[in-house]
Design a protein around this ligand. Structure first.
Ligand code: ATP
Ligand code: ZN
Ligand code: MG
Length: 512
């Protein structure tokens, strides 16, 4: 993508200056163009790419200035460098340099062919955005402090991210198989959700994508949980914590989820007041009509203040926020299994494998990059053993580009620190074969998140080493769906240890 910036601004002076100064100021602009704006620019960069003053007029007590640039010493950087230099020069004549007024700020971005033109008209700071074929012309309305806060850089980054996202086109494209188990009997079987429903193991909850799990289903959840505890979490030395399940915006701002999670959140709002009188009309309405007056409630609540747990681990990080960790407590290994996760999933009928309310054990670790990678690899080995030797699954795993990299445009940033399956920033998805529809289901993942969380929550290591973290989400619905899809509901077909952990089939309710 090619970019061209044009900035018009005026620099206020503390006094009216005589026309003699014009020459001094022009010379300063030349010096800026030839020397000051070139500082830090790699050699060999075309002149047109580097910030330069293309127009300058002195008027009584201010200077009108036009700056153009490509991506090096962008116009706003150039403006501040020039102001600083000007202050030095005019200072000698006891003329001070005051504020900056921005008259116009235009960006022309030439998108690569095939990249769709993003719609930017609703963005803050955007006065107008139009396109001439693949040329995107954006006029921004900015103050000097917006320039200091690097708003134009962020807008440009956003355009680049949209262009990258459109080229990247979804998770499936960055999928590299790392391991595939021995293929098991794939003869057609029933959909386990239908079977469980028929047998009364589960029933629909009244909310979207929600199930009520009966005792027969829960004993499998608990069997898997025990398996994870005894064969993975315990031996690898992870310790239990409890992470909050209501996530305020501040957490998602720091974790990066605020960049894109909106279509999938369950939003949380709070009452404007706890005063029963304020709410009386709502209660009365229900008592009289038998309906809950949702519109009336909407007027009486504040927020949303955030959402329900989506990814489980972000809520942990405020525990470490702003801290420096001693070397000897690292690598730190913890997990949480204290509550549900909620996602507004795509509509349509799904089984227990894609629900809006699900149960997940989230494993989390942090340390130096080397430690983080080593733990990911040992987890991978432990999972592999469990899936092959204990659960006897038909499964595979693959490296995928994680959603946050796609969304944050970090694709160019991947750093290799080892040679194994989980050797760099990224995600490994574990998928099980579903004989009933001959598709693969992601039932868990292992992710190395690099410094994303430690950086977002300002967590440091005493030694000064870079701090990395990783996480792994074990979806109990997904494990159950995958296991039952392959082994059936009849315990006779289950591997020995699962039978033992699940215990005998217990039912509490009988329906007439
Ligand atoms: P998918 O692509 O299948 O929607 P995902 O990439 O959104 O999965 P992650 O964000 O990686 O999943 O979540 C980690 C784990 O959480 C998944 O491997 C899965 O076990 C579980 N999980 C995620 N979404 C759901 C859901 N809607 N229902 C049940 N489990 C889920
Ligand atoms: Zn996580
Ligand atoms: Mg998903």
């Amino acid at each position: 993508m090619q970019v061209h910036f044009t900035l018009k601004a005026s620099v206020q002076l503390s006094a009216i200056i005589s026309p003699d100064f014009e020459d001094i100021i022009r010379k300063a602009a030349e010096e800026a163009n030839n020397v000051i704006f070139r500082k830090g620019v790699p050699s060999g960069i075309d002149d047109s790419e580097i910030g330069r003053i293309t127009g300058i007029t002195v008027k009584e007590n201010y200077i009108e200035i036009t700056i153009e640039s490509g991506t090096y010493t962008r116009v706003h950087d150039a403006l501040f460098r020039f102001r600083k230099y000007l202050a030095q020069i005019l200072g000698k004549y006891r003329v001070g340099v005051r504020g900056i007024e921005v008259h116009s700020y235009d960006i022309t971005a030439t998108l690569d062919s095939g990249v769709p033109v993003p719609n930017l008209s609703k963005l803050p700071f955007v006065k107008s955005a139009r396109n001439d074929e693949n040329k995107l012309i954006i006029s921004l309305s900015l103050s000097a402090s917006d320039l200091e806060n690097k708003v134009p850089d962020r807008i440009l980054r956003l355009i680049e991210e949209k262009a990258e996202a459109s080229q990247y086109g979804g998770k499936g494209e960055h999928w590299d198989l790392i391991f595939e188990s021995e293929q098991k009997n794939r003869s057609k079987k029933e959909n386990p959700t239908d079977e469980m429903l028929a047998k009364g193991w589960i029933k629909h909850g009244l909310s979207r994508g929600q199930w009520i799990y009966g005792p027969e289903a829960v004993r499998l959840f608990r069997a898997f949980e025990r398996l994870v505890m005894e064969k993975i979490i315990g031996p690898l030395g992870f310790t239990e914590m409890i992470f909050p399940k209501l996530v305020p915006w501040e957490v998602w701002m720091k974790s990066g989820h605020a960049k894109g999670v909106y279509p999938e959140i369950y939003y949380v709002s709070v009452p404007k007041t706890r005063d029963p009188l304020f709410w009386e009309e709502v209660s009365d309405y229900f008592k009289v009509t038998g309906e809950v007056p949702v519109d009336l409630i909407r007027d009486k609540i504040d927020g949303p203040i955030g959402g329900l747990c989506y990814a489980q681990c972000p809520s942990f990080w405020p525990f470490l926020q702003g801290e420096t960790l001693t070397n000897d407590c690292l690598p730190a290994k913890i997990f949480d299994r204290s509550g549900t996760s909620h996602r507004y999933e795509s509509g349509g009928i799904h089984g227990i494998e894609r629900v809006d309310e699900f149960h997940r054990i989230e494993i989390l670790w942090l340390g130096t990059p080397e430690e983080t990678v080593a733990i990911a690899e040992s987890l991978h080995e432990a999972y592999k053993k469990v899936f092959i030797e204990i659960m006897e699954l038909d499964w595979r795993c693959a490296r995928v580009t994680p959603w946050f990299m796609a969304q944050e445009g970090l694709l160019g940033d991947v750093k290799e620190t080892g040679t194994g399956c989980c050797s760099s920033i990224g995600t490994t998805d574990y998928e099980a074969f579903l004989p009933y529809n001959e598709t693969w289901l992601e039932f868990q993942n292992v992710s190395i998140n690099g410094d994303k969380y430690p950086k977002g929550f300002n967590v440091k290591i005493q030694s000064g080493s870079e701090c990395w973290s990783g996480c792994s989400g074990i979806g109990l619905e997904r494990w159950t769906a995958a296991f039952l899809a392959q082994k059936g509901l009849d315990m006779a077909g289950w591997p020995e240890l699962i039978k033992e952990y699940a215990g005998r089939e217990k039912s509490v309710f009988k329906f007439c």
